[in-house]
Design a protein around this ligand. Structure first.
Ligand code: PLP
Length: 401
């Protein structure tokens, strides 16, 4: 029986293995999930602890959750992103619904706006150029047309701040802008605090709606509060908005699909109406969200000791990513004297980095060096580790010479 079980488990997990390339030094920089220094998925120690607690709680059953999710989880999730001292929460102006991770939050938010946003003209949403590939499909799926706003400037490999601000200025009043809360995917380029303030000013002046997508809280700086700064500031300043939250990356719970949608309203009465509208939508889509991952995150968020341990786990992941950025920068600039400016490697933030190399150069890296990355030159920093960093830096150096 034990052998049979092992066989089944092996079969399930080996079917997930990546590329068939047998080259020993191959490097996978296309992966969208954290890898440790041995290039292995990392189950957070705090998650293991929470799982043990669940296993040892025989009173837990497999009944359905309420339509809007596990109440202790949704309450704690709102505090995590909006701050435990959030006035909006204290005034009862936040509606939180547990969703199928960040993707589900984006979908439910999109569906909600399609039905209930006081549209003036066409149903459109402004997305950063570029953005997470799934955003386009998520909005088209519910009948909202995506429009690009300038975000990334290939000349500076940084933020096209003026382009972004002009797009906010020139869009019709009460437009909806999707904004990455931190660690912009795929560029790793975030506005500075000063730039966030100017963006908030323009959003308020134009009456725009902010569709905040927060998939990397804690992953960017290693600190949960720092990475929630922009969201909290926009809420404080009264920007109309919703927030999509994912626990895939910061809790390493990718496949468990734990997330939440938070909709900000102007009053408790409006928030209650939003809750009943979201419940109707959620009921027809998934009836009610899954229990397992929400129970894990619930334990972590609501137990002071586990919460502190989680913060240390997050700092471990973010710290390793930041370390890889610094090492790569050092090897390219100090040792190899690779042509060009590589400051963006350390200035960008989060899991992804836009290297600024051309599609031809990234193709050459794939074909000649077995280094896998997206054609736009985006690399996932978590694919780098102590064993492959020098190989990657050397190949990158050759590709750009
Ligand atoms: N939003 C952004 C910007 C992302 O990068 C991702 C994942 O890569 C998601 C949302 C959704 O992730 P998940 O559905 O796994 O929580």
């Amino acid at each position: 029986m034990a052998d049979r079980l092992k066989q089944v488990v092996n079969h399930i997990f080996s079917s997930n293995m990546s590329s068939a390339d047998p080259f020993e030094k191959k490097v996978n920089l296309g992966v969208g999930a954290y890898r440790d220094d041995n290039d292995k998925p990392w189950v957070l120690p705090v998650v293991r602890k929470a799982e043990q607690i669940l296993l040892n709680t025989p009173s837990l059953d497999h009944e359905y959750l309420p339509i809007t999710g596990l109440p202790e989880f949704t309450t704690a999730a709102a505090k995590l992103i909006l701050g435990s001292d959030s006035n909006a929460i204290m005034e009862g102006r936040v509606t939180t619904v547990q969703t199928i991770s960040g993707t589900g939050a984006n979908h439910l938010g999109a569906l909600f706006l399609e039905r209930f946003y006081p549209w003036v003209g066409k149903k459109e949403i402004y997305l950063s150029d570029p953005t997470w590939a799934n955003h386009q499909a998520i909005f088209k799926n519910v009948g909202i047309t995506p429009i690009n706003y300038p975000y990334y400037d290939p000349k500076t490999i940084g933020l096209d701040f003026n382009g972004f601000l002009n797009a906010l200025k020139n869009a019709p009043n009460k437009s909806i802008f999707l904004i990455h809360a931190c660690a912009h995917n795929p560029t790793g380029v975030d506005p500075s605090k000063e730039q966030w303030n100017a963006i908030a000013d323009m959003m308020l002046e134009k009456g725009h709606y902010g569709f905040f997508d927060c998939a990397y809280q804690g992953f960017a700086s290693g600190n949960l509060d720092n990475d929630a700064w922009a969201v909290r500031e926009f809420v404080k300043r009264g920007v109309n908005m919703l927030v999509c939250q994912s626990f895939a990356k910061n809790a390493g719970l990718y496949g468990e699909r734990v997330g939440a949608l938070h909709v900000l309203s102007s009053s408790k009465e409006a928030a209650d109406r939003v809750k009943s509208q979201l419940s109707v939508l959620q009921r027809s889509e998934i009836s009610n969200p899954p229990t397992y991952g929400a129970r894990i995150v619930n334990l972590i968020l609501n137990d002071a000791e586990l919460f502190e341990e989680w913060k240390r786990d997050i700092a471990t992941m973010a710290g390793r990513i930041i370390d890889m950025r610094q090492q790569l920068y050092k090897v390219l600039t100090d040792e190899l004297k690779t042509p060009g400016n590589w400051d963006h490697i350390v200035n960008q933030i989060g899991m992804f980095s836009f290297t600024g190399i051309t599609p031809q150069q990234s193709q050459a890296l794939v074909e000649k060096a077995h280094i896998y990355m997206t054609a736009n030159g985006r690399i996932s920093m978590t694919g780098l580790n102590g064993k492959n960093l020098r190989y990657f830096a050397g190949c990158l150096d050759k590709a750009v010479r």
